[in-house]
Design a binder for this molecule. Sequence first.
Ligand code: XIL
Length: 385
Amino acid sequence: MIRDALYLAHAFYFRAEGSRCQEIGYVDLKRKARLKNHTLLFFFLALLTVSCGNASTQVVPKPATSAPLQALRSLAQARGMYIGTAVNVDALQNEEQYREVLAREFNIMTPEVSLKFDATEPERNQYDFAEGDTIVAFAKAHNMQVRGHTLVWFRALPSWLTAGKFSRSELMQILRGHIFTEVAHYQGQITIWDVVNEAVNGDGTLRDTIWLRGIGPDYIDWAFRWAHEANPQARLFYNDFGGEGSGRKSDAIYSLVKGLLQRGVPIGGVGLQMHIGIDSYPAPQAVLANMQRLTALGLEVQITEMDVQIQGDRRPVQTRLALQAQVYRDMLGVCLEVVGCTAFVMWGFTDLYSWLPGPDAPVIFDRDYRPKPAYFALMGDLDSG
Ligand code: XIL
């Protein structure tokens, strides 16, 4: 019943787009979570028949002033999982509406840039956790978790590091110090870390990075061991893109993490980034199989950075948004099927602040913070079963 109502509501949102009905569709959908099943369908059917004149808009509060409803997050919580987003610290600090939607919809978030190497150790041994601390404080105030992202990556490195000439033992000392300081700083506050990010190439070989060149392939083992030493309670992830489904890269990631486990390296999970598009995404069945083989190793899996690009063809935008919604629905559906899939995190929530350039619209709220079809698709998934 809820599912049917959501589909109707979804259709209504489409119909109303571009008119003042849009606001009615949005607000009343948010109230969905508080309604009893048997009244829902009737309610939305009634909505579909109302006119879009003044009388209807007057009775509906504006999104910005409505009470927090915790829509997606309360549904996710009922399913025992996290639903989240990357967080842009500037928007968090400066935009009320950004903060409202963030706290209302999500129960986990990932600092988009604030915990990367260049942000946290801009000068050697001089740490700056101001942005990270702001995000962690917001999370605490709103009962949200934080994914620590990321300790070892080949991008976002400060120039003192990339321009310096360091011996192997110096580089190990630098990396150990960095991991130890950052993880220890957030002891008790951040318990999920992307320890190593994007270490594997598309062909399954290890990526040529400052860490591989300077330390050797065992930099990955060391990174996990040091992070564990800094916080033995933390759940430590390997995170990558393009290895979500089947293929050489996902096989290589599987072998990598299996090897880590065999050597007793304290890895706890694999993050599947899921930066995809409506015409380029892994088959859901392949993602399911991959998640199943990873969790069979005793690891958690999380979708960590999902966004779905819609640009690049001439189909009407509503068609593309509907396809996008289906892709979001399919991937969340896969995660819901796998007991060890513990989080579904998107790389941003409003198209206004997506990292993807140009006119794309890859996430679930539009630039005016209106929920898109993908939002309702996720809600439908979380409400089903
Ligand atoms: C991206 C951020 O979104 C951008 O703002 C930044 O300029 C570059 O990094 N995979 C990751 C993320 O693991 O850290 C990246 O984030 C996106 C791809």
